[in-house]
Design a protein around this ligand. Sequence first.
Ligand code: NDP
Length: 290
Amino acid sequence: MTASILDGKALAAQIRSELAEKIRERTAAGVRPPGLGVILVGENPASQVYVRNKKKACEEIGIRSLSFDPPATITQADLLAKVHEWNADPAVDGILVQLPLPEHINSQAILEEINYKKDVDGFHPVNQGKLMTGLPGHVACTPLGVLVMLERSGVELKGKHAVIVGRSNIVGKPVAFLLLSRHCTVTICHSRTQDLPGVCRSADILVAAIGKAEMIRGDWVKPGAVVIDVGINSVPRDGKNKLVGDVAFAEAAERASLITPVPGGVGPMTIAMLLSNTVDSWTAATAPTP
Ligand code: NDP
């Protein structure tokens, strides 16, 4: 292997401790603690694990988490009522709605009802529009995690060719706009892209956000490229389930200069950015009025 590993777990731990320090300092000076309202509808086991991890991460750094865990039969009106209640609550700095929601609920309508200043997931169209136009606002956690990883690792972005494989609204597109804002030349690929291996081979920075286990092979990677693997796929290996990314890690690491592992790469950064967005929201909400 020639690549160095971009250790998302260590970087996320460092960011969490910086945020904890900031919360300690400001609450010691009399500011109320930050609050995150978390909505978990129904009993999807994967969602329960994600929410538990997010709440634990909040508590560890001093963010108060509030819970609303209604059954899957909740009506759209009752769910909206909770969003409205937390929108109006000055002690709630961020509102997170764990997806997916049950089919009878219009997820987009719920997400759009969150006050965009409390939209710490960065999914509100106002925040997505701000990202596109270069205005400050909450950026979706996984794309922000990708950018922060690159910047904190000292990767030169200006003028580099970034190829993003995947064009979803929650990963691929926001990653592309973030890298564009840092002066990369950006190519976005998707399922209809022609000669995907050839396009990937032209990337100085290759970001995989596809959801297909180990699809990107080693010979798709330009020697010396930086490879960021957002994918999380569970595959059967040796009689057990194993988590792998969208990149064939061992092959790609032979050619890349820097590469993220799965697990331990982008995943931990996502939670760190949720905390960071919540702390930003709290900082703005509790700033002294001039
Ligand atoms: P989506 O399914 O919403 O999007 C996948 C994208 O990949 C689409 O744009 C699709 O193209 C493209 N794609 C699919 N097949 C191909 C192909 N054969 N060739 C080229 N492009 C293809 O997924 P998400 O963006 O939500 O997630 C992507 C991955 O990232 C998943 O593995 C997910 O689990 C992971 N993830 C990880 C997070 C983390 O915290 N680390 C957080 C969020 C997601 P098209 O638009 O044409 O259909």
